[in-house]
Design a protein around this ligand. Structure first.
Ligand code: TYD
Length: 131
């Protein structure tokens, strides 16, 4: 199930610090890190599922919503703090929307990039989850 994972937060009068260790705070080995930024107002990202790839998404700055769809139900996770993130198992349709100005989404991935791992067609996704 997709779920929010709280990360360590070292509070300090000089500023706060948060960190992530693979297989400790998140349940997979990190193969890739990417980030999404400069998203124009009203734009959406995602709109696909992954067959194998698991992800962990943190709003390092600003805010956005991640909508997860298992083919039956949709669940919206608002992300707006840098000390927690959303773990997304493989096999779920996701969309990211409602990006605030200057938002920065950090994404940790369990796989290297492979276009073959994407399901970009919603009807194909529904077929995939029924199998
Ligand atoms: P995509 O995953 O579709 O973006 P989003 O889900 O955020 O809307 O990726 C957009 C493009 O970038 C697509 O052509 C694939 C390419 N891409 C890479 O080459 N490497 C990567 O690690 C990622 C995430 C995307």
């Amino acid at each position: 199930m997709p779920h929010i994972i709280n990360l360590p937060k070292i509070e300090d009068e000089r500023g706060n610090l948060t960190f992530i260790e693979e297989e400790n705070h998140i349940p997979f080995k990190i193969k890739r890190v990417y980030w999404i930024y400069d998203v124009p107002g009203g734009q959406k990202r995602g709109g696909h599922a992954f067959k194998e790839q698991q992800e962990f998404i943190v709003a390092l700055s600003g805010s956005f919503d991640v909508v997860i769809d298992d083919g039956k139900q949709k669940q919206t996770f608002p992300l707006n703090r840098s000390y927690y993130g959303l773990y997304i198992p493989n096999g779920l349709w996701r969309e990211m929307n409602n990006f605030s100005t200057n938002s920065l989404a950090l994404v940790l991935s369990s796989t290297e990039f492979s276009e073959d791992d994407y399901i970009r067609d919603y009807a194909a996704f529904l077929k995939y989850v029924q199998q």
